[in-house]
Write a protein that binds this ligand. Structure first.
Ligand code: GLU
Length: 417
């Protein structure tokens, strides 16, 4: 979906922060500090490719704010990523950690590359070099990366190993690690599980019965596939799913377990039996109760927002809905569980992983999932209460929650020197 330049990236997030700070009398210091990033690092580095040539790659690590704790946020590998997008995603992390009240700030990193076109050996060399480049900024008490689009636990393991080689054993420098080296049970599914929890809470609020509710999922990666699996277990009917190559639709429901197997075999949901093809754009406009955008930014825009038929949008992705589209959805009575709330399950369990690393202790999955359930439920209730009280949409309410928390923390810490 195309958007006008002013509807993109960091400008979107800044505009909302500005509007809400002014409207709610949130401190000017808070507004000014959050409409820019604290630290930005751009790196450019060589990587030896398998054919003997040298590739030169660009990467970023942006720390948006660390008032409430060490900065926190994922690392994205994508061919189209740019600094403005990383700034926007870093700012969303500051808001997200504040909404769900984990003691972190916000950051994000990225490497401009197509991980699907790299061999494992190339991916490892690229990752280790990027980790060495950003080692000046990251650390268990400074800035703690995690997985995002295009990265996975193996990439986290290489970053942990590279950093530990430079600075000594440091499992707490990164989260989303494999279980064997300090990862947490429940982390891999956490973003999807949190999104499922918020979709069910939204359904309860608007009076939709989960049993038989129809769900369309855009993006069938870690987040989308997990949401689909977990919502299907709750009795929902997953009627559509898509990935970067296209989508599939069956109004009577897709067999999610077989769809996951099909994707594992063929690398895509496309071609799945007993389903008709749909494009990613068509999927967003299908009749359904719950729409889960779980791919990339700027999918629901002013042009297609009037055609969204879902009663609930649960944002598994970061920034899938533009501000213009938000207004249209709200006016049409669509309940949006915003990214900073609905996809916060990942960073919540990242926090639990980090706590386990600091404690040098390992929790059972039930304990991790129990914390996730209660933290998501509390945050959802808090944001919903503000949304009702202030008569605003859930995104505005989430930003109000976060900005109040950030302003209070900034005042308490004061300014040095
Ligand atoms: N990349 C995920 C997000 O956007 C997880 C971040 C983290 O766990 O630090 O929320």
């Amino acid at each position: 979906m195309s958007t006008s330049p002013e509807e993109q990236g960091f400008e979107n997030v800044k505009k909302l922060i500005n509007d809400i700070c002014r409207r709610m009398n949130i401190s000017e210091t808070c507004r000014l500090r959050l409409t820019g990033c604290e630290r930005e690092l751009t790196v450019r580095f060589p990587v030896k490719m398998d054919d003997g040539q040298v590739g030169v790659f660009s990467g970023y690590r942006v720390m948006h704010n660390d008032t409430r704790g060490p900065a926190k946020g994922g690392i994205r590998y994508h061919p189209d990523v740019n600094l403005d997008e990383v700034r926007a995603l870093a700012a969303l992390m500051t808001l997200k950690t504040a909404v769900v009240n984990v003691p972190y700030g916000g950051a994000k990193g990225a490497v401009v590359c197509n991980p699907k076109e790299l061999s494992q050996a190339e991916l490892e060399r690229l990752t280790r070099r990027y980790a060495a480049e950003i080692a000046v900024l990251i650390g268990p008490n400074l800035d703690i990366p995690a997985p995002d689009v295009g990265t996975n636990p193996q990439v986290m393991a290489w970053i942990m190993d590279t950093y530990s080689t430079m600075r000594g054993y440091s499992p707490g420098v990164i989260t989303g690690k494999p279980l064997e080296i300090g990862g947490s049970k429940g982390r891999f599914e956490a973003t999807g599980r949190g999104c499922m929890i918020s979709a069910l809470l939204a359904a309860k609020h608007v009076g939709i019965n989960a049993e038989g509710a129809t769900v369309a999922v855009q993006g069938f990666g870690n987040v989308g596939a997990t949401v689909a699996k977990l919502l299907a277990k709750e009795g929902c009917l997953i009627t559509a799913a898509s990935d970067s190559r296209g989508g599939v639709y069956n109004p009577n429901g897709l067999d999610v377990e077989s769809l996951v197997a099909h994707k594992a075999e063929t690398d895509s949901v496309v071609g799945f039996r007993n389903a008709e093809p749909v494009t990613n754009a068509e999927l967003l406009e299908l009749p359904c109760d719950i729409l889960v955008p779980a791919a990339l930014e700027h999918q629901i825009v002013e042009a297609n927002a009037p055609s969204v038929k879902a009663r609930i949008v649960a944002e598994g992705a970061n920034g899938p809905t533009t501000p213009g589209a938000d207004k249209i959805l709200y006016a049409n009575g669509v309940f949006v569980a915003p990214d900073v709330l609905a996809n916060a399950g990942g960073v919540i369990v990242s926090y639990l992983e980090w706590v386990q690393n600091l404690q040098v202790f390992c929790w059972e999955e039930a304990q991790v999932n129990g914390y996730l359930q209660s933290m998501m439920t509390n945050a959802f209730a808090e944001v919903l209460e503000i949304s009702v009280l202030e008569k605003v949409d859930m995104r505005t309410a989430a930003y109000i929650t976060a900005l109040r928390r950030l302003a209070t923390a900034m005042t308490a810490r004061g300014i040095f020197p």
